[in-house]
Design a protein around this ligand. Sequence first.
Ligand SMILES: [Mg+2]
Length: 385
Amino acid sequence: MKFERLEARYITPEMRHVFSLGDVDGLPRDIGPKRDMIALRGQTSNGVEAWSSIDTTKFPVYGSESTIEAWALLNEIGSKFVGKDFDDPREAVRSLGFLMDHPIFQAAFANLYLDAEAIDKDVPLFTLLGGEKPQVEVGVSISKNDSLEQIAERISKDKYRRIKIKVGPSQGDLDKIARIRTAYPDVLLMIDANSSFDLHNPEHKRLLIGYGNLDLLMMEQPLAYNDIVAHTQLQQEFNVNSVPGRICLDESIHTMSDLEQAVEGGIPIINIKVTRVGGLDIARKMIDYCQERGVDTWVGGMVELTSPGKAHSLAMAAHPGVTLPSDISGTSAYFKEGDDPCVAPMEREPDGAYIKVPTTPGRGWDVDLEKMDRITKDTVVFEVK
Ligand SMILES: [Mg+2]
């Protein structure tokens, strides 16, 4: 596969609400009201047009990468990607040169390659990735600052079977989750703490044990993003003390060796984010690894757009090793109407719990260039001269 043209667009679609990841050390971590990210459009020598995205946040609040830096980096090294023959997605990534700790940036190039390969081979992207499911079970992720009433509405009106709620280390959040647990005993309820707890803080530990006893589907990433060991210790303490809580890792998992360390330490659930781990090819290897060891996985999101981002996650979630509902809610849950640059934005089936996996060649969702133009703030093009 050879890309003769690479177009990068700095896009700023408008969100319906600011999405809060919860505070750390009293500092807020919010995404929105504009979502800053980069869309890549690649054109191959075979006439294939592929799309992917760099799903960073504007500032490094969701990881160490940011859109501000990615844009600067792209302007410097984007030209290295065009005019070379690649045999696989890793070769496409290698063309950019050595980049330490930049999986989200690199993923966009691996995914662009695979997006093009599926179209070139005339197969749906999910089958190229070993997927088998005709539809993917999905859940919703609810911002930390949503009220009990708003959450109740999502459960009863939107009919999600799996609800994830962002929490921080406060008694108020624990009480809120306990009340939801009692009110909706049949809902698959989980929390995501996005690294806001500290195991050395006795108050935090008390709250974690409280969550561990709430019959939750899982407790996602309660401790520091760079501390897999502390998470395995917490899981082992739960096991020894017959606390039923199950820990899931998200931000901690960047590489295969992170995954091996977590699984060997007894972490039972992994949230695989396609871009955070470096691309669809690596995500697939991780899911295969977990499947072989009976570890549950699901596919998380980065508040991305249908095309060119969420469609890649959906294709990955069709893999049989993805055993739990994934965080792929419809476009309208996060973005204002018309700001997802897609001909037909991704939406759930009417029963609320599934999204159909397209069987057409490629990612299955076409980019609407007019909509894309409207949300584009800046464009840079690299071409073979
Ligand atoms: Mg998470």
